[in-house]
Design a protein around this ligand. Sequence first.
Ligand code: GTP
Ligand code: IMP
Ligand code: MG
Length: 335
Amino acid sequence: MSVDVVVGGFWGDEGKGKIISHLVNKRQATIVARGGVGPNAGHTIVVDGVEYKLRMIPSGIGGKNVRKLLIGPGVLVNPDVFVEEIERTGVKGKAFLDNQCGIIEASHRKTDSSDPHLVKTVGTTGSGSGPANEDRIKRTLKLAKDIDKLKPYIIDVPSEIHQALANKEPILLEGTQATYLSLFHGTYPYVTTKDVTASSICADVGIGPTVVTDVTLVFKAYVTRVGKGFLPGELTEEETIKRGWTEYGTVTKRLRRAAPFNVDLAKRSIQLNSATKIALTKVDILFPPDQGKTSFTELSQQAKDWIFNLEKKIGMPFTFIGTGPADIDIIDREG
Ligand code: GTP
Ligand code: IMP
Ligand code: MG
Protein backbone atom coordinates (compact mmCIF):
# COMPACT_ATOMS: atom_id res chain seq x y z
CA MET A 1 0.00 0.00 0.00
CA SER A 2 1.25 3.52 -0.74
CA VAL A 3 -0.18 7.01 -0.90
CA ASP A 4 2.01 9.39 -2.89
CA VAL A 5 1.27 13.10 -3.09
CA VAL A 6 2.91 15.00 -5.97
CA VAL A 7 3.14 18.80 -5.71
CA GLY A 8 4.95 21.69 -7.39
CA GLY A 9 7.92 23.37 -5.73
CA PHE A 10 8.06 26.76 -7.45
CA TRP A 11 5.40 28.59 -9.53
CA GLY A 12 3.83 25.71 -11.44
CA ASP A 13 4.55 23.98 -14.72
CA GLU A 14 7.40 21.97 -13.18
CA GLY A 15 6.15 18.81 -14.89
CA LYS A 16 3.96 17.29 -12.16
CA GLY A 17 1.90 15.60 -14.87
CA LYS A 18 4.97 13.86 -16.24
CA ILE A 19 6.05 12.63 -12.78
CA ILE A 20 2.53 11.29 -12.17
CA SER A 21 2.59 9.50 -15.53
CA HIS A 22 5.83 7.77 -14.46
CA LEU A 23 4.73 6.94 -10.90
CA VAL A 24 1.33 5.60 -11.90
CA ASN A 25 2.88 2.54 -13.54
CA LYS A 26 5.81 2.23 -11.16
CA ARG A 27 3.49 2.11 -8.12
CA GLN A 28 0.82 0.17 -10.06
CA ALA A 29 -1.65 2.73 -8.74
CA THR A 30 -5.32 1.88 -9.01
CA ILE A 31 -6.59 5.35 -8.10
CA VAL A 32 -5.29 8.76 -9.16
CA ALA A 33 -7.07 11.65 -7.49
CA ARG A 34 -6.60 15.27 -8.29
CA GLY A 35 -6.55 18.19 -5.86
CA GLY A 36 -5.67 21.85 -6.44
CA VAL A 37 -7.67 24.77 -7.76
CA GLY A 38 -9.19 23.63 -11.06
CA PRO A 39 -8.88 24.19 -14.82
CA ASN A 40 -6.43 27.08 -14.36
CA ALA A 41 -3.85 24.24 -14.44
CA GLY A 42 -2.52 22.72 -17.62
CA HIS A 43 -0.53 19.52 -17.61
CA THR A 44 1.17 18.22 -20.73
CA ILE A 45 2.00 14.54 -20.71
CA VAL A 46 3.41 12.18 -23.30
CA VAL A 47 2.16 8.60 -22.86
CA ASP A 48 3.18 5.84 -25.29
CA GLY A 49 4.38 8.53 -27.70
CA VAL A 50 1.08 10.47 -27.70
CA GLU A 51 0.91 14.00 -26.26
CA TYR A 52 -2.10 15.01 -24.14
CA LYS A 53 -2.89 18.45 -22.75
CA LEU A 54 -5.10 18.14 -19.69
CA ARG A 55 -6.76 20.76 -17.50
CA MET A 56 -9.17 18.60 -15.50
CA ILE A 57 -8.59 14.86 -15.78
CA PRO A 58 -5.76 13.50 -13.59
CA SER A 59 -2.51 12.75 -15.43
CA GLY A 60 -2.70 9.03 -14.63
CA ILE A 61 -4.53 8.19 -17.88
CA GLY A 62 -1.69 5.91 -18.99
CA GLY A 63 -1.75 3.80 -15.81
CA LYS A 64 -2.11 0.11 -16.65
CA ASN A 65 -3.71 -0.71 -13.26
CA VAL A 66 -5.78 2.45 -12.89
CA ARG A 67 -9.45 1.80 -12.31
CA LYS A 68 -10.48 5.31 -11.27
CA LEU A 69 -9.38 8.85 -12.12
CA LEU A 70 -10.99 11.14 -9.55
CA ILE A 71 -11.45 14.84 -8.93
CA GLY A 72 -11.77 15.74 -5.26
CA PRO A 73 -14.49 17.95 -3.73
CA GLY A 74 -12.03 20.79 -3.15
CA VAL A 75 -11.47 21.22 -6.89
CA LEU A 76 -13.40 23.50 -9.27
CA VAL A 77 -14.75 21.95 -12.44
CA ASN A 78 -15.55 23.42 -15.83
CA PRO A 79 -18.12 20.82 -17.04
CA ASP A 80 -17.39 21.39 -20.76
CA VAL A 81 -13.63 20.94 -20.30
CA PHE A 82 -14.16 17.86 -18.09
CA VAL A 83 -16.47 16.09 -20.57
CA GLU A 84 -14.37 17.05 -23.60
CA GLU A 85 -11.23 15.60 -21.98
CA ILE A 86 -12.99 12.34 -21.09
CA GLU A 87 -14.03 11.93 -24.72
CA ARG A 88 -10.65 12.94 -26.12
CA THR A 89 -8.61 10.65 -23.86
CA GLY A 90 -11.03 7.69 -23.99
CA VAL A 91 -11.28 7.27 -20.20
CA LYS A 92 -15.09 7.10 -20.04
CA GLY A 93 -16.10 4.73 -17.24
CA LYS A 94 -12.93 5.57 -15.27
CA ALA A 95 -13.14 9.36 -14.75
CA PHE A 96 -15.37 10.70 -11.97
CA LEU A 97 -15.82 13.81 -9.89
CA ASP A 98 -17.20 14.41 -6.42
CA ASN A 99 -20.74 15.75 -6.04
CA GLN A 100 -19.31 18.66 -4.01
CA CYS A 101 -16.89 19.92 -6.70
CA GLY A 102 -17.55 23.62 -7.36
CA ILE A 103 -18.78 24.61 -10.82
CA ILE A 104 -17.26 27.32 -12.98
CA GLU A 105 -19.85 29.13 -15.11
CA ALA A 106 -19.51 31.53 -18.06
CA SER A 107 -20.01 34.51 -15.73
CA HIS A 108 -16.92 33.49 -13.72
CA ARG A 109 -14.80 33.28 -16.86
CA LYS A 110 -16.10 36.68 -17.99
CA THR A 111 -15.13 38.33 -14.69
CA ASP A 112 -11.75 36.58 -14.70
CA SER A 113 -10.93 38.00 -18.12
CA SER A 114 -12.37 41.52 -17.65
CA ASP A 115 -11.89 42.63 -14.03
CA PRO A 116 -8.92 45.05 -14.14
CA HIS A 117 -7.49 43.86 -10.80
CA LEU A 118 -7.52 40.21 -11.89
CA VAL A 119 -6.35 40.81 -15.47
CA LYS A 120 -3.86 43.64 -15.03
CA THR A 121 -2.58 43.37 -11.47
CA VAL A 122 -2.68 39.65 -10.71
CA GLY A 123 -2.53 38.36 -14.30
CA THR A 124 -4.86 35.39 -13.75
CA THR A 125 -5.45 32.56 -16.20
CA GLY A 126 -8.94 33.79 -17.19
CA SER A 127 -10.28 30.29 -16.51
CA GLY A 128 -12.91 31.62 -14.06
CA SER A 129 -11.29 29.81 -11.15
CA GLY A 130 -10.78 32.84 -8.86
CA PRO A 131 -14.30 34.28 -9.26
CA ALA A 132 -15.79 30.78 -8.74
CA ASN A 133 -13.81 30.34 -5.51
CA GLU A 134 -15.09 33.78 -4.38
CA ASP A 135 -18.64 32.46 -4.84
CA ARG A 136 -17.76 29.27 -3.05
CA ILE A 137 -16.61 31.30 -0.07
CA LYS A 138 -19.87 33.30 -0.24
CA ARG A 139 -21.61 29.88 -0.40
CA THR A 140 -23.52 30.78 -3.55
CA LEU A 141 -21.54 28.59 -5.98
CA LYS A 142 -23.28 25.71 -7.74
CA LEU A 143 -21.87 22.27 -7.05
CA ALA A 144 -21.47 19.29 -9.40
CA LYS A 145 -24.64 17.67 -8.03
CA ASP A 146 -26.64 20.65 -9.45
CA ILE A 147 -25.50 20.05 -13.05
CA ASP A 148 -27.46 17.50 -15.18
CA LYS A 149 -24.63 16.99 -17.67
CA LEU A 150 -22.37 15.73 -14.84
CA LYS A 151 -24.78 13.17 -13.34
CA PRO A 152 -23.15 10.14 -15.05
CA TYR A 153 -19.75 11.06 -13.63
CA ILE A 154 -20.58 11.76 -9.98
CA ILE A 155 -19.10 9.61 -7.25
CA ASP A 156 -18.21 9.97 -3.56
CA VAL A 157 -14.49 10.60 -4.00
CA PRO A 158 -13.40 10.39 -0.33
CA SER A 159 -15.27 7.06 0.06
CA GLU A 160 -13.63 5.65 -3.08
CA ILE A 161 -10.20 6.58 -1.75
CA HIS A 162 -10.87 5.18 1.70
CA GLN A 163 -12.17 1.90 0.24
CA ALA A 164 -8.99 1.61 -1.82
CA LEU A 165 -6.93 2.37 1.30
CA ALA A 166 -8.75 -0.36 3.21
CA ASN A 167 -7.89 -2.77 0.34
CA LYS A 168 -4.23 -1.65 0.55
CA GLU A 169 -4.26 -0.41 -3.04
CA PRO A 170 -1.58 2.10 -4.20
CA ILE A 171 -2.98 5.62 -4.58
CA LEU A 172 -1.58 8.76 -6.21
CA LEU A 173 -2.69 12.27 -5.33
CA GLU A 174 -1.96 14.86 -7.97
CA GLY A 175 -1.41 18.48 -7.00
CA THR A 176 -1.73 21.42 -9.37
CA GLN A 177 -0.27 24.96 -9.33
CA ALA A 178 2.62 25.09 -6.84
CA THR A 179 3.97 26.24 -3.51
CA TYR A 180 4.67 29.90 -4.37
CA LEU A 181 1.24 30.26 -6.00
CA SER A 182 -0.37 29.31 -2.67
CA LEU A 183 -2.79 31.90 -1.31
CA PHE A 184 -1.19 31.45 2.14
CA HIS A 185 2.48 30.70 1.42
CA GLY A 186 3.00 32.28 -1.99
CA THR A 187 3.99 35.69 -3.29
CA TYR A 188 0.71 37.45 -2.43
CA PRO A 189 -1.11 39.08 -4.20
CA TYR A 190 0.35 37.33 -7.26
CA VAL A 191 -1.04 33.96 -6.27
CA THR A 192 -3.96 31.64 -6.92
CA THR A 193 -7.13 31.44 -4.81
CA LYS A 194 -6.37 28.56 -2.43
CA ASP A 195 -3.53 26.95 -0.59
CA VAL A 196 -1.98 24.34 -2.89
CA THR A 197 0.72 22.77 -0.70
CA ALA A 198 0.69 19.03 0.05
CA SER A 199 -1.62 19.28 3.07
CA SER A 200 -4.28 21.08 1.05
CA ILE A 201 -4.07 18.57 -1.79
CA CYS A 202 -4.89 15.86 0.80
CA ALA A 203 -7.80 17.93 2.15
CA ASP A 204 -9.10 18.51 -1.39
CA VAL A 205 -9.64 14.80 -1.92
CA GLY A 206 -10.65 13.91 1.64
CA ILE A 207 -7.71 12.26 3.38
CA GLY A 208 -5.68 13.24 6.43
CA PRO A 209 -1.88 13.52 6.54
CA THR A 210 -1.31 10.34 8.60
CA VAL A 211 -1.95 7.99 5.67
CA VAL A 212 0.49 9.67 3.28
CA THR A 213 3.58 7.59 2.44
CA ASP A 214 5.53 10.16 0.42
CA VAL A 215 5.29 13.78 -0.61
CA THR A 216 7.17 14.18 -3.88
CA LEU A 217 8.05 17.79 -4.58
CA VAL A 218 8.69 18.61 -8.23
CA PHE A 219 11.25 21.23 -9.23
CA LYS A 220 12.29 22.16 -12.73
CA ALA A 221 15.99 22.65 -13.52
CA TYR A 222 15.18 26.35 -13.88
CA VAL A 223 12.26 28.41 -12.55
CA THR A 224 9.37 29.75 -14.59
CA ARG A 225 6.24 31.68 -13.82
CA VAL A 226 3.35 33.03 -15.87
CA GLY A 227 1.62 36.22 -14.86
CA LYS A 228 2.90 38.90 -12.53
CA GLY A 229 4.95 38.88 -9.33
CA PHE A 230 8.37 38.37 -7.78
CA LEU A 231 10.79 36.10 -9.64
CA PRO A 232 14.35 36.25 -8.23
CA GLY A 233 17.08 36.27 -10.87
CA GLU A 234 14.59 36.81 -13.70
CA LEU A 235 16.20 36.70 -17.14
CA THR A 236 15.39 39.04 -19.98
CA GLU A 237 13.26 37.59 -22.77
CA GLU A 238 16.32 37.68 -25.01
CA GLU A 239 18.43 35.70 -22.51
CA THR A 240 15.57 33.21 -21.94
CA ILE A 241 15.43 32.50 -25.67
CA LYS A 242 19.22 32.31 -25.91
CA ARG A 243 19.36 29.65 -23.18
CA GLY A 244 16.56 27.64 -24.79
CA TRP A 245 14.31 28.06 -21.74
CA THR A 246 11.38 29.44 -23.74
CA GLU A 247 8.03 27.98 -22.67
CA TYR A 248 4.43 28.96 -23.33
CA GLY A 249 1.56 28.46 -20.85
CA THR A 250 -0.66 25.43 -21.58
CA VAL A 251 -3.81 27.33 -20.60
CA THR A 252 -2.94 30.97 -21.36
CA LYS A 253 -0.34 30.53 -24.16
CA ARG A 254 1.63 33.35 -22.48
CA LEU A 255 5.44 33.26 -22.58
CA ARG A 256 6.60 31.95 -19.23
CA ARG A 257 9.09 34.22 -17.42
CA ALA A 258 12.27 32.35 -16.51
CA ALA A 259 15.09 32.40 -13.94
CA PRO A 260 17.84 30.02 -12.81
CA PHE A 261 17.14 27.34 -10.15
CA ASN A 262 16.78 29.00 -6.74
CA VAL A 263 18.22 27.13 -3.75
CA ASP A 264 16.62 29.28 -1.02
CA LEU A 265 13.16 28.96 -2.55
CA ALA A 266 13.67 25.22 -2.96
CA LYS A 267 14.68 24.77 0.71
CA ARG A 268 11.65 26.68 1.94
CA SER A 269 9.38 24.74 -0.38
CA ILE A 270 10.72 21.45 1.01
CA GLN A 271 9.70 22.66 4.48
CA LEU A 272 6.28 23.99 3.50
CA ASN A 273 5.36 20.64 1.94
CA SER A 274 7.31 18.37 4.33
CA ALA A 275 8.71 16.77 1.18
CA THR A 276 10.16 13.28 1.48
CA LYS A 277 11.28 12.97 -2.15
CA ILE A 278 12.33 15.41 -4.84
CA ALA A 279 11.85 15.21 -8.59
CA LEU A 280 13.93 17.43 -10.87
CA THR A 281 12.61 17.84 -14.42
CA LYS A 282 14.04 19.27 -17.64
CA VAL A 283 17.67 18.48 -16.91
CA ASP A 284 17.92 17.79 -20.68
CA ILE A 285 17.13 21.45 -21.40
CA LEU A 286 20.24 22.47 -19.44
CA PHE A 287 22.30 19.57 -20.77
CA PRO A 288 20.97 18.63 -24.24
CA PRO A 289 23.27 15.61 -24.74
CA ASP A 290 21.49 14.00 -21.76
CA GLN A 291 18.11 13.94 -23.47
CA GLY A 292 16.26 10.64 -23.00
CA LYS A 293 18.81 9.11 -20.60
CA THR A 294 17.39 6.65 -18.08
CA SER A 295 20.35 5.93 -15.81
CA PHE A 296 22.32 8.33 -13.64
CA THR A 297 25.68 6.83 -14.56
CA GLU A 298 25.05 7.65 -18.25
CA LEU A 299 24.65 11.38 -17.55
CA SER A 300 27.35 13.76 -18.73
CA GLN A 301 29.90 14.79 -16.10
CA GLN A 302 28.63 18.41 -16.30
CA ALA A 303 25.09 17.32 -15.48
CA LYS A 304 26.29 15.06 -12.65
CA ASP A 305 28.39 17.87 -11.12
CA TRP A 306 25.52 20.33 -11.39
CA ILE A 307 23.16 17.84 -9.72
CA PHE A 308 25.62 16.88 -6.92
CA ASN A 309 26.21 20.55 -6.15
CA LEU A 310 22.49 21.33 -5.92
CA GLU A 311 21.76 18.24 -3.83
CA LYS A 312 24.40 19.34 -1.36
CA LYS A 313 22.94 22.84 -1.17
CA ILE A 314 19.31 21.81 -0.73
CA GLY A 315 20.18 18.88 1.54
CA MET A 316 18.12 16.23 -0.28
CA PRO A 317 18.76 13.89 -3.22
CA PHE A 318 16.89 14.16 -6.51
CA THR A 319 15.11 10.81 -6.55
CA PHE A 320 13.58 11.32 -9.99
CA ILE A 321 15.37 13.18 -12.79
CA GLY A 322 13.48 14.17 -15.96
CA THR A 323 15.42 13.94 -19.20
CA GLY A 324 12.63 14.56 -21.71
CA PRO A 325 8.86 15.11 -22.04
CA ALA A 326 7.81 11.45 -22.29
CA ASP A 327 6.83 9.33 -19.29
CA ILE A 328 9.81 7.05 -20.06
CA ASP A 329 12.38 9.91 -20.19
CA ILE A 330 13.30 9.63 -16.54
CA ILE A 331 16.08 8.52 -14.23
CA ASP A 332 14.55 6.76 -11.25
CA ARG A 333 17.00 6.40 -8.34
CA GLU A 334 14.44 5.04 -5.89
CA GLY A 335 15.39 1.45 -6.64
P1 GTP B 1 0.65 22.83 -13.70
O1 GTP B 1 -0.32 22.04 -12.90
O2 GTP B 1 -0.03 23.71 -14.71
O3 GTP B 1 1.59 23.60 -12.85
O4 GTP B 1 1.53 21.83 -14.70
P2 GTP B 1 2.68 20.73 -14.65
O5 GTP B 1 3.52 20.85 -13.43
O6 GTP B 1 2.08 19.37 -14.88
O7 GTP B 1 3.61 21.09 -15.87
P3 GTP B 1 3.25 21.40 -17.40
O8 GTP B 1 2.80 20.13 -18.02
O9 GTP B 1 2.43 22.61 -17.54
O10 GTP B 1 4.69 21.84 -17.94
C1 GTP B 1 5.77 21.01 -18.01
C2 GTP B 1 6.23 20.88 -19.49
O11 GTP B 1 7.51 20.29 -19.50
C3 GTP B 1 5.36 19.97 -20.34
O12 GTP B 1 5.36 20.45 -21.66
C4 GTP B 1 6.06 18.62 -20.23
O13 GTP B 1 5.84 17.77 -21.36
C5 GTP B 1 7.49 19.05 -20.19
N1 GTP B 1 8.40 18.20 -19.40
C6 GTP B 1 8.19 17.61 -18.19
N2 GTP B 1 9.31 17.01 -17.75
C7 GTP B 1 10.25 17.22 -18.71
C8 GTP B 1 11.64 16.88 -18.83
O14 GTP B 1 12.25 16.27 -17.95
N3 GTP B 1 12.28 17.31 -19.96
C9 GTP B 1 11.64 18.01 -20.96
N4 GTP B 1 12.33 18.38 -22.02
N5 GTP B 1 10.35 18.35 -20.85
C10 GTP B 1 9.68 17.97 -19.76
P1 IMP C 1 -5.60 32.12 -11.24
O1 IMP C 1 -5.28 30.88 -10.48
O2 IMP C 1 -6.19 31.87 -12.59
O3 IMP C 1 -6.44 33.07 -10.41
O4 IMP C 1 -4.23 32.89 -11.50
C1 IMP C 1 -3.45 33.43 -10.45
C2 IMP C 1 -1.95 33.27 -10.75
O5 IMP C 1 -1.61 31.89 -10.69
C3 IMP C 1 -1.53 33.74 -12.16
O6 IMP C 1 -0.22 34.26 -12.08
C4 IMP C 1 -1.52 32.44 -12.97
O7 IMP C 1 -0.67 32.54 -14.07
C5 IMP C 1 -1.01 31.47 -11.92
N1 IMP C 1 -1.41 30.07 -12.14
C6 IMP C 1 -2.59 29.49 -11.80
N2 IMP C 1 -2.58 28.18 -12.12
C7 IMP C 1 -1.37 27.91 -12.65
C8 IMP C 1 -0.74 26.70 -13.12
O8 IMP C 1 -1.29 25.61 -13.10
N3 IMP C 1 0.54 26.83 -13.59
C9 IMP C 1 1.20 28.01 -13.57
N4 IMP C 1 0.66 29.17 -13.13
C10 IMP C 1 -0.62 29.11 -12.67
MG1 MG D 1 1.02 23.73 -16.41
